[in-house]
Design a protein. Structure first.
Ligand code: MN
Length: 429
């Protein structure tokens, strides 16, 4: 890039993650299970390979890793050796590497004594360091960063960053929680306003595993997310950002997918299906479609059956769900190659109930349906319900609003259905 430059921003590699959540492997051919487990064991490393490959292919000037490179502070030797070899490939290509450690790989943990190539800089713990990036004979950028000295960092590390005069483009590398994201530990807390006003051009963040561009330009504030999902909370495409900076300083971001095994959730309704064969056909179609959508990548899929129909009761007999699971695994995974692996099937279905006929009947269920309807249509009863709910709501007011109008109707309907399904199971079991 004449006059401009580029870099790749990644974070939260969690190399050598153990995949503890993945335990449901009890149905499936032994060699197939081994193939699935092997790919899961290797996928954080494969994602690293993909990042390195992208650096070389796009001829970037440097790579930034913003914390949690390793999964544990006691870094596995395997992970350290793989990382060193990967950085060696970048050294041969003349690409610099800047690494800041986060809460998972803080400075207090075990570290093997290895010789790292000269192109790599690990930021010191507890203080901000600055390193120039020189390309084609001049400094194109300066990279600032800080590592965690221990796991818990309650300090506002962002306040330690100071841009020096005369820096052409300033990148700040920090593992932190911006704006008190409740899904992640509140380490190195800071606010978006604070980052926006600190005088840098690009905040290369880590810690939050879902990618998010918190701010575009003036400055860019970016979480790339983790390059490889590790459990069902980390679904969908994962990767890193390729950041191109034009000679005039204009920044352009491109998301690059780097994950090898992808996690997905799939909801399949049983409505309108009468037989197990029809359900299998529907599941086959949906899983085939999902595999195609994800470019033939290996997938771990949590299947959820929803809706109403006669299959609800049939699937409750014996080990019907286990049988389905085994059949699907045999169809979609083998001893080699990419797989689509349903890790379990949740049955959140309900029986088909003819509500109108039931409502007219002199039964407990009939009464329940009559009361549910009255709660929606009778103003007095409705007000009384809202009164009863008010003190409950006071306690949760910070988290939810009191339901209004149509929302309240929908809740009443859902509550009535839930009560009906629970009683219906009891009565017909
Ligand atoms: Mn992390």
């Amino acid at each position: 890039m004449d006059g401009g430059f580029s870099f790749i921003h990644a974070a939260d590699l969690h190399l050598d993650s153990p995949f503890r959540g993945f335990t449901r492997i009890d149905y499936g051919d032994e060699n197939t299970v081994e193939n699935v487990l092997r790919q899961l064991r290797d996928c954080t490393f494969k994602a690293l390979d993909n990042i390195i490959g992208a650096c070389i292919r796009h001829r970037v000037d440097f790579l930034v890793l913003a914390g949690d490179v390793y999964d544990l502070a006691d870094r596995s030797l395997r992970a350290q050796l793989r990382l060193r070899d990967s950085f060696g490939r970048l050294a041969e290509a003349g690409i610099s590497v800047f690494v800041a450690y986060g809460n998972h790989d803080h400075d207090d943990g075990f570290r093997a004594a290895l010789a790292w190539p000269d192109n790599v800089h690990f930021f010191a713990a507890g203080e901000v360091e600055a390193r120039p990036v020189v390309a084609r004979g001049r400094e194109v950028a300066r990279v600032y960063g800080i590592s965690y000295p221990r796991r818990d960092v309650p300090d506002n590390y962002a306040s330690l960053f100071r841009r020096e005069p005369g820096v052409p483009f300033a990148v700040a590398v920090l593992h932190c929680n911006v704006g008190g994201n409740a899904e992640h530990a509140n380490y190195a807390p800071c606010s978006l306003d604070q980052l926006a006003g600190a005088g840098f051009d690009y905040w290369a963040l880590g810690h939050v595993h879902s990618r998010a561009v918190l701010r575009e330009r003036g400055p860019w504030v970016v979480y790339p997310g983790n390059p490889q999902g590790r459990n069902l909370r980390e679904t969908g495409a994962r990767g890193c950002y390729l950041v191109r900076v034009s000679p005039g300083g204009t920044v352009n971001l491109e998301f690059l997918e780097t994950d090898c095994v992808r996690w997905e959730r799939l909801r399949v309704p049983i409505d309108g299906l009468a037989t197990e064969q029809e359900l299998l056909d529907r599941l086959d179609k949906r899983l085939t479609g999902l595999g195609r959508l994800n470019g033939g990548r290996s997938l771990v899929v949590r299947l959820e059956l929803t809706g109403r129909g006669p299959l609800h009761r049939r699937l409750g007999y014996g080990a019907a769900l286990e049988g389905l699971l085994e059949e699907l695994r045999n169809r979609f995974a083998g001893p080699t190659g990419p797989f689509v692996w349903p890790d379990c099937i949740c049955r959140n279905t309900a029986a088909l109930v003819d509500k109108e006929t039931l409502r007219g009947s002199e039964t407990l269920l009939g009464d329940l349906l009559t009361i549910t309807r009255a709660a929606r249509e009778n103003g007095e009863l409705r007000d009384r319900l809202l009164e009863v709910l008010a003190p409950l709501h006071d306690r949760a007011a910070r988290h939810i609003d009191l339901p209004q109008g149509g929302e309240f109707d929908a809740l009443l309907e859902a509550a009535g259905d839930l009560a009906l399904d629970l009683l219906w199971e009891d009565e017909t079991a």
